[in-house]
Design a protein around this ligand. Structure first.
Ligand code: FRU
Length: 469
């Protein structure tokens, strides 16, 4: 196994007004053998869903379901981390603690720029968090907390809950701003496969709009609009369920009308409870998503569970219809180290182009001209990827999706960390997220062709530095 020494380096950035952000010395100790090196983990103990994702004044806030006492799920708090680039995170003190209404389950965050809530008390715009008070003596309800100091401290709203119990363990409020109707909208999971939408003008009192069914899905809703094929005049609304699958349709501020879906968003085994950031500045304009890589195991580690690497979402048109695509955010380049690359190489049976790769962490970007090959095989740290162009089947770590070659070609991108592999095929048309336990010994990489040869149009393997140092 690969062990590196603990070093602590100060890293800093400035906000739009020249104030320094996240200046504290990054603590060492994020280098245990199974500690992800560029995926977020809690310094200690359990995490699950990303919560309250919001951008404010040059900082991204990542809150997360957290049990600060044990490396297992338990009484939920909201852990908190900030970043100026979505790559380097600094864990801050816990933002929300359980109270007499219950423990703090999942939810979302927004910046109330126009102070519609009336909760602003200083020069900063208030950041509002919406969460579920659950697992208490009372049935689950939706609550509000706010910060007037750039998310450094949060106060629970005195008249909580803002939305009393409706049914079962109703939960996971996702609040968005709907510009055309100038109202706030909340998507809420009710029970089974049912979600509900509510609207509000002050973020404190909410009116029921309608219920919607999401076949096969529950928990953690998200709702946002995206242009199709980068055309600002052609837009669709996306309603996302707990496992990341999504419905496409229209939304007029009152009713979400499903036009297609559910569509699967990930073909791997470790992708759950997705959420996108609120208040990304317009000049940036990206829709950025994070997810919990549910189900990874980290024996002997002081932490448990990791987030995925943040991705940028887009809608693109394919022969089967419009689909959501997902690629890693470009900021990953801040971790780039040594690069090895190949162009126009032919891979024939019996050769391994990647014999020289020895690194532990990689961003790999490749394009193949598939020629007459029966099967193209890649092995990244022991995790097998196989593509069979004839049947149009891409298999990663035993999970398969249909993916026909485009003009005889296949593009693959892979992020390799100590305990996870994320594979993005054809610019994010199909994504696979996996956690794995690395085998002992030097990391192994292999690229081989079977039953014919493949032309490597380009293959770029960039070693990544740890985001914790
Ligand atoms: C999803 C979920 C949410 C809930 C939270 C509790 O993983 O079950 O529905 O709010 O986790 O930790």
């Amino acid at each position: 196994m690969f062990l590196s020494s603990a070093t602590a380096v100060a890293w800093a950035a400035e906000d739009a007004r020249g104030r320094s952000l996240v200046q504290n010395e990054q603590p060492s100790g994020y280098d245990e053998p199974l500690r992800p090196q560029f995926h977020f983990t809690a310094k200690k103990n359990w995490l699950n869903d990303p919560n309250g994702l919001v951008s404010y004044d040059g900082e991204y806030h990542l809150f997360f379901q957290h049990n600060p006492e044990k490396p297992d799920w338990g009484p939920m708090h909201w852990g908190h981390a900030v970043s100026t680039d979505l790559v380097h995170w600094k864990e801050l003190p816990i933002a929300l603690y359980p109270d007499e209404l219950g423990t703090c389950w999942s939810g979302s965050g927004i910046v109330d720029r126009a102070n519609t809530s009336g909760l602003k008390s200083g020069d900063e715009d208030p950041i509002l968090l919406f969460y579920t008070a659950a697992a208490g003596e009372k049935p689950a309800s939706q609550c509000l907390a706010y910060s007037n100091d750039r998310g450094r401290t949060f106060t629970k709203y005195s008249a909580n809950p803002i939305l009393p119990h409706i049914v079962a363990t109703n939960r996971d409020p996702k609040v968005i701003w709907h510009e055309p109707t100038k109202r706030w909208v909340m998507a809420l999971f009710k029970d089974g496969n049912t979600y509900a939408l509510f609207s509000s003008t002050d973020l404190k009192s909410w009116t029921h709009l309608h219920d919607l069914e999401f076949p096969g899905c529950g928990e953690c809703p998200d709702l946002f609009e995206l242009p199709v094929d980068d055309n600002p005049k052609h837009r669709k609304w996306v309603f996302v369920g707990g496992d990341g699958s999504y419905l496409l349709g229209s939304f007029d501020g009152k009713e979400f009308n499903r036009e297609s879906g559910p569509h699967r968003a990930d073909y791997g085994t470790n992708y759950y409870a997705t959420q996108t950031f609120s208040n990304i500045p317009e000049r940036d304009g990206r829709r950025i998503q994070m997810a919990w890589m549910r189900g990874g195991t980290y024996p002997g580690m002081p932490f448990n569970q990791q987030m995925n690497f943040p991705t940028e979402l887009s809608l693109r048109t394919f022969p089967a219809g419009i689909r959501l695509c997902r690629v890693p955010v470009r900021e990953i380049a801040s971790l780039y180290g040594k690069e090895q690359s190949w162009k126009n190489e032919t891979v024939t049976p019996g050769t391994n182009l990647l014999e020289g790769l020895k690194g532990e962490l990689y961003d790999i970007q490749a394009e193949f001209d598939l020629g007459d090959v029966e099967e193209l095989r890649l092995e990244l740290r022991g995790q097998a990827i196989s593509y069979r162009p004839a049947g149009g089947k891409l298999t990663c770590v035993g999970q398969t999706c249909d993916l026909k070659p485009i003009e005889g070609r296949l593009k693959l991108r892979a992020l390799v960390d100590r305990t996870s592999l994320e594979v993005y095929a054809d610019d994010g048309r199909a994504v696979f997220s996996f956690c794995f336990l690395p085998a002992a010994g030097e990391p192994r990489y292999e690229l081989s062709a079977h039953g014919g040869s493949v032309k490597v149009v380009s293959f770029r393997a960039v070693e990544l530095k740890s985001s914790w140092r």
